[in-house]
Design a protein around this ligand. Structure first.
Ligand SMILES: [Fe+2]
Length: 469
């Protein structure tokens, strides 16, 4: 799944930030309980003059559009700025949507924010004051059950009029089928089968037949080591598109990663959070047969030919997961930076080998044209460095103008880890594969418990090394 580096922001809800600068007043008398809760919260903390007012809230709505509109109106009237908002399906009520919102939080606006909370309670189904201001941790999924709904909220649901398949009923029907699968899918269950049409198989075959000739010389050795096994075990050929479930099982056996069908592009935050759980969001639909060598969005060719072989490489899988772990609870600006790093590595990364530079990014490995273009003298090639990659701009369509050259996966991983350490989070996280959940390591006791577990692993490792001597 190729995703763009954007978060779920006000712009995507089509809210005009400037409206929040208008003046307005309003107050009701029902919110004493909430006010007391806020005051109690404030009193429980030793606050400095600079400390922000509490303003992170979670609210749920029955009628999402109407309710959200009312929330926005109240914020506008109260002149309270909305710094961040994100949504998810309610975990307790499948009919409701939950929103996490970070409101204006400077000291001067504290009274207005508290009044606003009172007003909001009148138009929402439930409202909870989480704590703190915008410097506090952003909500993130900690279990598969919490993460699954994050993958059913794509950035768009309708094809752009310029999409090659926008006016093709057969193509629209396939997209609808894939949409339904993605929205009803639960991780851990078999991925439903798609019956691809003759024209879709022909499209896939046209791309595959050209790429398989280019891989031996243009793709990295790690890819070329695994790809023949992927072809054999999943029965990939010019005449056969493998089912996502078979490919997922292939990858899972080697690295624990599984594929999870999604209906379209996700926000960077949702996409990256899935990687932390060893889950790779992937599309099941194919590009339109009228343009076999161009797609305006990621499709099965991109996911299968571009991503899946390397997801079966343990070092690369770890690299992908660590980007995901770094994203959990990270502020928006760091999500954008991580998305840029992801773009210049997992999507369009090139690496150094003794015979020259090779492709390991899925955008290259799934493009008949770009897998040849990146070896020409036209694009710039820079040594991979996170501090440079996060500031580099790039085209979402068309060939890349700059590629980042990694010394090795291991070297790139070290750099990702160093970057992750700069993300302002008051904790670190760890994926527990046994419970398939994220452990938040925010206390001495939790860290010591993990250290004990690792000590046991190290002892077994040393025992093995000594026995080899
Ligand atoms: Fe991708």
């Amino acid at each position: 799944m190729q995703e763009v580096p954007r978060g779920f922001k006000m712009e995507e809800l089509k809210i005009d930030k400037s409206k929040f600068k208008q003046q307005g007043q309003g107050k009701s008398d029902w919110g004493e309980e909430l006010r007391q809760k806020m005051e109690s919260y404030n009193a429980s903390k030793t606050k400095s003059k600079e400390e922000p007012a509490p303003s992170t809230i979670i609210f749920s709505l029955d009628n999402t559009l109407k309710g959200l509109s009312q929330v926005v109106c109240i914020l506008e009237k109260q002149n309270v700025a909305l710094h961040h908002i994100e949504s998810r399906s309610s975990l307790s009520d499948p009919e409701a949507k939950e929103f996490l919102a970070v409101l204006e939080s400077d000291k001067a606006s504290e009274a207005r924010v508290m009044d606003t909370l009172e007003l909001l309670k009148e138009c929402v189904k439930s409202l909870e004051v989480v704590e703190g201001g915008e410097n506090d941790t952003v909500w993130f999924p900690r279990t598969l059950e919490e993460m699954n709904p994050c993958l059913t909220r794509p950035l768009y649901s309708e094809l752009e009029p310029s999409h090659p398949g926008a006016k093709d009923p057969e193509y629209q029907a396939l997209r609808k089928m894939c949409w339904n699968i993605a929205h009803n899918y639960t991780i851990g269950t078999p991925i439903p089968v798609i019956e691809y049409t003759e024209s879709q198989i022909k499209t896939f075959g046209a791309i595959y037949s050209k790429l398989k000739i280019l891989y031996p010389t243009n793709a990295c050795k790690e890819f070329n080591e695994i790809f023949p096994d992927l072809v054999k075990e999943c029965n990939i050929s010019e005449d056969h598109i493998p089912q996502m479930e078979d490919v997922s099982q292939f990858v899972k056996k080697r690295t624990g990663f599984v594929l999870r069908p999604v209906s379209a592009l996700l926000s960077a935050r949702d996409f990256l959070s899935a990687l932390a759980f060893h889950v790779f969001p992937a599309t099941q639909y194919l590009r339109h047969p009228s343009s076999p060598f161009y797609t305006p969005e990621p499709d099965l060719c991109h996911e299968l030919l571009g991503h899946c072989a390397l997801l079966a490489n343990p070092e690369f899988a770890q690299f992908s997961q660590e980007i995901g772990l770094a994203s959990l609870g990270a502020p928006d600006e760091y999500i954008e930076k991580l998305a840029s790093v992801y773009w210049f590595t997992v999507e369009f990364g090139v690496c150094k080998e003794s015979t020259g530079r090779k492709a390991y990014g899925a955008g290259l490995l799934s493009s008949v044209a770009e897998i040849q273009y990146f070896l020409t003298d036209e694009p710039k090639v820079k040594p991979f460095d996170t501090s440079t990659a996060i500031t580099e701009s790039y085209p979402v369509e068309g060939f890349q103008t700059t590629y980042f050259l990694a010394e090795s996966f291991s070297d790139a991983l070290q750099k990702i880890r160093a970057f992750a350490a700069t993300i302002p989070r008051p904790f670190t996280v760890r994926y527990n594969p046994y419970t398939q959940s994220i452990e938040v390591l925010d206390s001495k006791e939790k860290l010591l418990k993990v250290a004990e577990q690792l000590n046991g692993e190290l002892n077994r490792l040393m025992d093995g090394i000594l026995k080899l001597k």
